[in-house]
Write a protein that binds this ligand. Structure first.
Ligand SMILES: Cc1cc2nc3c(=O)[nH]c(=O)nc-3n(C[C@H](O)[C@H](O)[C@H](O)COP(=O)(O)OP(=O)(O)OC[C@H]3O[C@@H](n4cnc5c(N)ncnc54)[C@H](O)[C@@H]3O)c2cc1C
Length: 457
């Protein structure tokens, strides 16, 4: 990299907003994947104008530029694969406007999801997208990865809330997409093209999101089945209800086994072969009505255990069962291949059976849980990183899992994106013609290939 760009960046932003020391840069060299790449510098822009100038400098010096929120990505999106500059959005963290009449909020990209939720909640509003990382991930990162969480079953994912974007393209041009309207059919839908673009088409400087009124109350049910088929049928029936659940999380046999020995409770039993955590939200009366209806549906399918509550303490305990999965995995290995596949809902039982077979065939523990209503299965292949032969078996089983996912008509990623982690598998799903369309789209927005190069393809 031509070091002259560093001097120019310092002249533009002041030396306090340009990091170049190795001990500072290392903090920006990793995300939640096991991979690391060192940037040459990290900059902290404050507005669209500065981002535009940074992009133009990167173009002039042919230097890669990678946007970064909190660096919590699971696909390597914020890693500077080819070195260059990282634009950290942590100093662009203001909530710009709450438009109560039109029900939109506009924010800078570095706002933490939880901070936005809290700000809105204080005022009676609700921003639903809820990745498990919501307490530390940024709205910019959420939009770039089209993040989602348990609430997606009722409320959808990030894409369902992004109404308008201010974006700086790979040529340093500031464009505005979308509008503060529910309906917008003026030309191609560029807003949605940027959502989930994994930071490869441009950098967001302002994000306008749709908001909802805050639900008044919620209650949870924990239910488990010995018969997987019964559990599946009960869950599908819940999804057909008019007042469908606002959360329908599942744990399969492998994750139930994993958590069992960790989780101690007088009230809740973690057992069986298929376990669900179900939420109803709305007004208190609606919630009580929904819970009664859900219980009736579930009981018709002979559960082995069912417990429901609207009490905060009980709800916390129920959620602990789900939260215990990740820490419990450590007993199976010190290295995790973390897949976030999504399959059509009617393929979930087939996929879970397949995962059991693959686990046996490749002699690797595979622990699964996920979001039933979105067909999103977190497939955790647990390995020992010092066992090279096992690591190889793990990689082969990952290939089998992704191949099967595509065969079911599913998606290689339901939440985390392709980034570096799955780009070699895109060919399982897409042919050369399709991949060329993606590459051509990238060229339109970033003809110099400086914005987050080397990701997705
Ligand atoms: C414990 C844990 C739990 C998680 N749970 C979930 C989950 O339930 N659901 C889910 O979907 N994900 C989950 N994730 C993954 C991750 O948190 C999300 O992908 C999140 O949206 C990333 O946000 P971030 O701010 O950390 O972005 P980063 O990791 O910093 O960046 C992610 C991508 O966004 C791009 N980007 C960042 N800011 C901008 C910007 N202003 N303009 C353009 N591009 C930008 C980056 O270049 C990169 O490609 C989890 C991660 C962890 C560690």
């Amino acid at each position: 990299m031509n070091r002259k760009i560093i001097e120019e960046l310092k002249a533009l932003l002041g030396s306090g907003r340009v990091l170049t020391e190795a001990e500072e840069l290392i903090c920006y060299s990793y995300d939640a994947t096991p991979k690391e790449f060192m940037p040459d510098a990290v900059v902290f822009p404050h507005d669209a104008g500065e981002i535009s100038k940074i992009v133009k400098l990167c173009l002039q010096y042919d230097t890669p530029l990678v946007g970064r929120g909190s660096g919590s990505g699971f696909s390597g999106g914020s890693l500077p694969l080819k070195g260059g500059i990282i634009a950290s959005f942590t100093q662009m963290n203001r909530i710009l406007e709450l438009d109560e009449e039109n029900m939109f909020v506009s924010v800078e990209p570095g706002v933490i999801n939880a901070d936005l939720k809290a700000y809105l909640s204080d005022r009676g509003y609700f921003y639903p997208p809820d990745p498990a990382s919501y307490e530390f991930s940024t709205i910019g990162g959420n939009v770039a990865e089209n993040s989602g969480g348990p609430g997606a079953v009722k409320y959808g994912v990030t894409k369902d809330y992004v109404a308008a974007l201010e974006v700086i393209t790979g040529e340093g041009v500031i464009i505005n997409t979308g509008s503060k309207t529910v309906k917008n059919v003026s030309g191609y839908n560029l807003t949605q093209l940027f959502v989930g673009s994994e930071g490869t088409l441009g950098l967001f400087s302002k994000i306008t999101l749709k908001i909802l009124p805050k639900p008044e109350a919620n209650s949870l049910i924990l239910v488990s089945f010995d018969d997987i088929n019964n559990g599946y049928k009960a869950a599908v029936k819940l999804l057909r209800l008019l007042n469908k659940p606002s959360m329908l999380e599942f744990m399969d046999k492998s994750s139930i086994e994993s958590v069992k020995s960790y989780f101690k409770s007088d009230k809740i039993k973690i057992d069986g072969n298929f376990l669900f955590i179900i939420e109803a939200d709305g007004s208190r009366a609606e919630v009580d009505k929904s819970i009664a209806e859900y219980e009736k549906v579930l009981k018709a399918f002979s559960p082995i255990f069912i417990f429901s509550s609207g009490e905060d303490e009980d709800k916390k305990e129920i959620m602990e069962a789900r939260k215990a999965i990740s820490p419990s995995l450590r007993k199976y290995g010190d290295f995790k291949i973390n897949n976030d596949i999504a399959v059509p809902i009617n393929k979930i039982p087939e996929m879970l059976l397949f995962l059991e077979e693959i686990s046996k065939a490749y002699r690797v523990p595979i622990i699964n849980f996920g979001h039933f209503g979105d067909g999103n299965i977190h497939v955790n292949i647990m390995l020992h990183k010092n066992d090279a032969e096992m690591m190889e078996r793990g990689e082969s089983s990952k290939y089998e899992v992704l191949k099967k996912t595509v065969e079911t008509g599913g998606s290689l990623s339901g939440e985390h994106g392709i980034g570096l982690e799955k780009k070699e598998f895109m060919k399982l799903k897409y042919d050369g013609y399709y991949m060329n369309i993606l590459k051509n789209i990238k060229r339109v927005f970033d003809p110099g290939n400086i914005i987050n190069p080397g990701k997705i393809f």
